[in-house]
Design a protein around this ligand. Structure first.
Ligand code: FES
Length: 112
């Protein structure tokens, strides 16, 4: 799949907030922070934890299993025990609707 898919309306997710959506056969966490939307795979790269169930603080999502942290803007890993970023995807908003395109931006593979 390489096209934009409508996943929700802007008002469906509070700001700040997050929601897991389905894009093709993938589960993606859609984040709404400071009026912008960001999308990451709903998979922690440490051991597959569900990032959509984690705690969101600013632009940081913490995995609910062991606490690895990721930047929601690009999926880069910020905190062990994960050492690899998680894929981030393109998001656009048109006419109050939110669309996601799976692009699998290159993962950042280091802890900053
Ligand atoms: S599965 Fe996410 S930190 Fe372990």
């Amino acid at each position: 799949m390489n096209d934009f898919v409508q996943v929700c309306k802007v008002g469906d997710i509070p700001d700040p907030g997050k929601q897991v959506v389905e894009v093709g056969e993938r589960y993606v966490v859609l984040f709404h922070v400071d009026g912008q939307f960001h999308a990451l795979d709903d998979v922690c790269t440490h051991d597959g934890g569900p990032l959509g169930e984690g705690c969101l603080e600013g632009y940081v999502i913490a995995c609910p299993r062991h606490g690895a942290k990721f930047d929601i803007r690009d999926g880069r890993v910020l905190c062990m025990p994960a050492v690899s970023g998680t894929p981030s995807h393109e998001v656009k908003v048109e006419d109050g609707k939110v669309f996601v395109k799976l692009i699998d931006r290159p993962k950042k593979t280091y802890v900053t």
